[in-house]
Design a protein around this ligand. Structure first.
Ligand SMILES: Cc1ncc(COP(=O)(O)O)c(C=O)c1O
Length: 378
């Protein structure tokens, strides 16, 4: 049996330190923000490639919402992003009253196709929001160049990409602002909800610090629209402990991914590819299969947990019908949504477990061979 995810294994590997950090917060009663959150914010901003400010929040969704607001995005504006993402990316754009303008993703990396961005720009475009999906960095250089040319803000959705790198630069350090999630299953996961914005822009940082805490400049002096988006002290303390292990855990994920790919390539399974000159952090290790439901069911029967990230692209979600898109508008995203299958992936997996997953896949290989994701060899 190999579960899709095993959060308990990680807790047990660092239990003594976590328990001490938790009881430290309980003793200090610094439950909301406080010194543990402040320390984590600094350490995390440094981890993201020396970004100047880190602002701890209660979720990655809040991070996207506040980053967009800080960038001045509001009603009447447009923000360019992708349909093959978790729904929070486009929901946050909706929250501001702006409109999400979607462009398809690149087939190989499943991230924003830079060749499609410029034609989506209108006089109302305010920002570009690439997503480093599954832990694979988006192709940032052409995106940043287009943004500079058209004077647009770039906000990275790095919710799945802690420690990922693009041409030697960390995800989180390339855009004007970047948003992270610390949802428990993320590469750096809290024991509850959590998120952060990182930015080197003093103005954005100041605004976001105020907005997360009811728009206060000083206690009970509310100067901008505010929200209750503060990070909890317990989460700050837990994340501070876990951050010290993140590089080790990331390398373990990368080793599992290498092993999966070596073994699965031999079977002719389409495996995720690390783009040249990048560091993919494999939040998700998604193979592509045509007869996914059958494969998933057979793996389930063999005791292998899998998941799908994500089965329906945003433009085909009922809650995003108002964007006005329809089936066929983003063929690469639609094809990916039909074919991706995420295999078990967490740092504490053993070599035996990766081998067990591959052995189970070998059992269903005839199905792969017969119905491989079309276009692989195109
Ligand atoms: C790409 C992406 N963006 C945003 C989010 C939102 O983060 P959170 O769940 O912490 O609100 C997630 C979380 O799943 C995500 O995967």
């Amino acid at each position: 049996m190999v579960p899709f995810l095993d959060l308990k294994a990680q807790y047990h590997s660092i239990k003594a330190e976590i328990d001490a950090a938790v009881s430290g917060v309980l003793e200090s009663a610094q439950f909301v923000l406080g010194p543990e959150v402040a320390a984590f914010e600094q350490e995390f901003a440094a981890y993201c490639g020396g970004v100047k400010h880190g602002i701890g929040l209660n979720s990655g969704t809040s991070a996207l919402h506040l980053a967009l607001l800080a960038a001045g995005v509001g009603p009447g504006d447009e923000v360019i992003t992708v349909p093959f993402t978790f729904v929070a990316t486009t929901a946050a754009i909706d929250y501001t009253g702006a409109r999400a303008v979607l462009v398809d993703v690149d087939r190989k990396t499943a991230t924003m196709d830079p060749a499609l961005v410029e034609q989506a720009i209108t006089p109302r475009t305010k920002a570009i929001l690439p997503v480093h999906l599954h832990g694979q960095p988006a192709d940032m250089d052409p995106i940043l160049e287009i943004a500079r040319k058209h004077n647009l803000v770039v906000i990275e959705d790095a919710a799945q990409a802690h420690g990922a790198e693009y041409k030697g630069r960390r995800c989180g350090s390339m855009g004007d602002l970047a948003c992270f999630s610390f949802y428990p299953g993320k590469n750096l996961g809290a024991y509850g909800e959590g998120g952060a914005v990182v930015t080197s822009n003093d103005h954005y940082a100041k605004l976001i610090r105020m907005m997360r805490d009811w728009g206060q400049e000083a206690k009970y002096h509310h100067v901008v629209q505010g929200f209750n988006y503060r990070m909890e002290g317990l989460q700050g303390a837990i994340l501070g402990v876990k951050l010290k292990y993140l590089e080790r855990w990331t390398e373990a994920r990368r080793a599992h991914a290498r092993r999966y790919s070596e073994l699965l390539d031999e079977l002719g399974v389409e495996t995720p590819r690390e783009a040249p000159d990048t560091r993919h952090v494999f939040h998700v290790y998604a193979i592509r299969v045509a007869d996914r439901a059958q494969v998933q069911q057979q793996l389930q029967a063999a005791g292998i947990g899998t998941a799908i990230h994500y089965p329906i692209p945003v433009h085909l979600q009922e809650s995003f019908r108002h964007l006005g898109y329809q089936a066929g508008d983003f063929p690469v995203s639609e094809r990916l949504a039909e074919s991706v299958l995420s295999l078990p992936m967490y740092p504490e997996m053993s070599e035996e477990q990766t081998a067990e997953v591959v052995a189970a896949i070998r059992m269903v290989t005839p199905a792969f061979a017969a119905a491989r994701f079309a276009g692989k060899h195109a």
